[in-house]
Ligand binder design. Structure first.
Ligand code: TYM
Length: 339
């Protein structure tokens, strides 16, 4: 009986690359929205370590960040009994399906990917084939689990769209093998911008440390960064939502709204006549208060390495069971001899 109920649930899946420390952007755009879904969906969340090596990584740092990310997922409220939490490289089916999907993904499609163009510019001495075919691996991540929804920030929408195209192309040749997934993009917080350059995305690979707030950062550092955040040079000095004219203020309002749940109108009223000198530290305070328990719980979990190991081992087992089912079906469809 329990199994029948499980089978009717829709599937939600997402991943984050442990290529840098988690940021406020990855939290507000993605992780924050995951824990509440566990009752309604079968949920899979993973550390996308295979993706990270498209850019050179320090091996010891990559291992540390992968485990820290797992601890942070749990500290953000993901219960490993209710969600499948795993490390991507522990489930070989991801790499296996990615190879197959590479052969159903077009050169032209991959050339149009914004992330490929951006990362090629940033890593001009290492434009490797993995960076180019990255979307085929990401499509494999999603399609292996027959995901219905992929909760991501706005920057990943293009990757979910190419995944839909790959799935549709494969299905049109072999029948209904894959569920065609939908992106789920949150209404606020889907594109958190840098605090120092509010026209660029807040990113874990940003070299300007003051523009980026990290999930596990000390409250005093968070406050300092918000106090220094770039607002605008107009004389108005009032908290008003006008993304084109005042991108810095709009970004802070987005952050404040995403953390407190208040609308832009409510925020404008709250800070009427108060100016940026009051507004900026207020945003810093709500962010620091929101992240404080996450930081403390992550640190506590990181001390229990044996528990973390149990979580990722069980996660890999549960994920592999589903992933291998899809992989076997794909291998059969394309004509590989079954063992
Ligand atoms: P990644 O690791 O760059 O980012 C992880 C998640 O955080 C969101 N995000 C943001 N949201 C709002 N504002 C920001 N400044 C911001 N920065 C990051 C991202 O949109 C993302 O949801 N390719 C993916 C990882 C991945 C994946 C997958 C995701 C691999 N396989 C399968 C979903 C499904 C990536 O590089 O995300």
């Amino acid at each position: 009986m329990a199994e029948t109920v499980m089978d009717t649930k829709k599937v939600m899946l997402s991943g984050i690359q442990p290529s840098g420390e988690l940021t406020l952007g990855s939290y507000l755009g993605a992780i924050k929205h995951w824990p509440a879904r566990a009752q309604e969906f079968d949920c899979y969340y993973f550390m996308a370590d295979l993706h990270t090596i498209t850019v050179r990584q320090n091996p010891a740092e990559l291992r540390r960040r992968t485990l820290t990310q797992l601890a942070a997922y749990m500290a953000c409220g993901l219960d490993p009994k209710q969600n499948v939490l795993f490390i991507q490289s522990h489930v070989p089916a991801h790499a296996q399906l990615a190879w197959v999907l590479n052969c159903y993904t077009m050169y032209g499609e991959l050339s149009r990917m914004t992330q490929f163009k951006d990362k090629s510019l940033k890593n001009a001495d290492n434009i490797n084939a993995g960076l180019f075919t990255y979307p085929a691996l990401m499509a494999a991540d999603i399609l292996l689990y027959q995901a219905d929804y992929v909760p991501v920030g706005e920057d990943q929408k293009q990757h979910v769209e190419i995944c839909r195209d790959i799935a549709t192309r494969f299905n049109s040749i072999y029948g209904d093998v894959f569920k065609v997934p939908e992106p789920y993009i949150p209404p606020v917080g889907a594109r958190v911008m840098s605090l120092t350059t509010p026209t660029s995305k807040m990113s874990k690979s940003d070299h300007d440390q003051n523009g980026c707030v990290y999930l596990l950062e000390k409250p005093e550092d968070i406050l300092r960064k918000f106090k220094k955040a770039v607002t605008d040079s107009d004389m108005e000095h009032c908290v008003r939502y006008a993304p084109k004219e005042k991108p810095g203020v709009a970004n802070l309002m987005q952050i404040y709204s995403a953390v407190t749940g208040k609308s832009f109108d409510e925020i404008e009223r709250e800070f009427e006549g108060k100016g940026y000198g009051v507004f900026k530290p207020a945003v810093g305070e709500v962010v620091a208060d929101c992240l404080r328990p996450i930081r403390e719980e992550t640190q506590r979990l990181l001390e229990d390495k044996a528990y973390l190991e149990t979580v990722y081992r069980e996660g890999a087992e549960r994920a592999s069971y589903i992933a291998n089912k899809t992989l076997r079906k794909v291998y059969k469809k394309v004509g590989f001899v079954q063992m």
